[in-house]
Design a protein around this ligand. Structure first.
Ligand code: DAH
Length: 339
């Protein structure tokens, strides 16, 4: 017995603990109910009476040594910086890589905020639409080429269900569901059956604007567009309107801004014209108002529509539309500093 006590004493003295697991091993081995020390205590009753006193004292010493060592190991471990699982929790953390906003989202948010400052609210409509909302309700004649299979992705024929080719469809939905005054913008994704190239894509984004009230005039439209162009491209920006045609507006115009690179002097970005096209617009055709049960004698309105990628291309001088859809991190990373 005495020999055993002295062996275990040595074993405890030489024991080294460098992890929580080893600390637990120590406890189980020496201090648990089935550990060596409790086994010695249970053998104590077999000790001869005249040795009991000495053996008892040594056993108690051993037990104290084991408990004290356990506490020592524990406090050394908790003070030591290095914790066992191989992870040093005191090291500074790695930088978290924050994502960046996609340039299309950046520009869309900017357009939204520019128009919200002058009282436009935001509406959205479905991407899968029917013929009425994309074409017929917008005064597209039956035989209009935009209804052609070339441009439109059809999902079902007769009745036609299709992917909207323009966010103008939301105009019809908003006019159906609310009464003037209407002052709203509709951002969203549109789809066209086009071969993908640097200048065209089968998916892109538009923002549509609609303003209907009594006495809305072309001058209101023009002022709104001047305000938008200056907010978007800078206070020096000028706009130019060219007569155009859209089935849902009369008169219609295409809007150019003075070149964002040369300021109108002429450069290879604006092909030496000094201007860049940014959107289509016009006064809402009375047929369109009436198709959505709005009294065209009482109300007039204007509408405009722009491609978000187009605005982003001009703002950031990106010359290939495909870059917006490839999600190449080298491209996206360049928009870190943009808000
Ligand atoms: N929807 C037209 C397009 O996709 C753009 C457009 C032109 C929208 C004139 C309008 C507008 O609201 O008035 O090409």
């Amino acid at each position: 017995m005495i020999q055993k006590i002295s062996d275990i004493t040595n074993e405890i003295k030489n024991f080294k603990v460098s992890s929580l697991q080893e600390l637990e091993d120590f406890r189980i081995k020496f201090l648990s109910k089935k550990g060596t020390i409790s086994q010695l205590f249970s053998q104590f009753r077999n000790v001869h009476n005249d040795q009991k006193r000495e053996v008892g004292a040594q056993l108690n010493q051993l037990k104290n040594l084991a408990s004290a060592s356990y506490e020592d190991f524990k406090s050394i471990l908790s003070n030591s910086k290095k914790i066992t699982s191989g992870i040093d929790y005191t090291l500074p953390s790695e930088n978290i890589l924050l994502g960046t906003r996609h340039p299309v989202s950046i520009v869309r948010n900017e357009i939204n905020s520019i128009f919200s400052k002058i009282g436009f609210v935001l509406n959205e409509g479905p991407e899968i639409e029917d013929d009425w909302h994309v074409f017929t309700g917008l005064n597209f004649p039956e035989e209009h080429p935009a209804r052609d299979m070339q441009d439109t992705f059809f999902i079902e024929k007769n009745p036609d269900i299709l992917l909207r080719t323009q966010t103008s469809s939301v105009q019809v939905r908003v006019m159906e569901n609310s009464n003037p005054p209407i002052r709203s913008i509709f951002p969203g994704r549109v789809f066209r059956n086009e071969a993908v190239s640097a200048r065209a894509h089968c998916i892109f984004h538009q923002v549509e604007g609609l303003y209907i009230d009594e006495n809305v005039s072309f001058a209101d439209l023009k002022q709104t567009l001047i305000y938008f162009a200056k907010e978007m491209f800078g206070p020096e920006t000028n706009i130019r309107l060219r007569p155009s045609f859209f089935p849902f507006t009369e008169p219609s115009a295409e809007v150019d801004v003075s070149c964002t690179i040369c300021g109108g002097k002429g450069c290879n970005v604006c092909k030496y014209t000094g201007y860049l096209e940014i959107l289509g617009c016009g006064m809402v055709d009375p047929n369109v108002l009436e198709a959505s049960s709005i009294n065209s004698k009482k109300y007039t309105g204007f509408a405009f529509g722009m491609g978000i990628e187009r605005i982003a291309m001009l703002k950031y001088q990106v010359n290939d539309l495909r870059l917006y859809f490839e999600n190449d991190i080298r491209f996206l990373n360049q928009f870190k500093s943009a808000h």
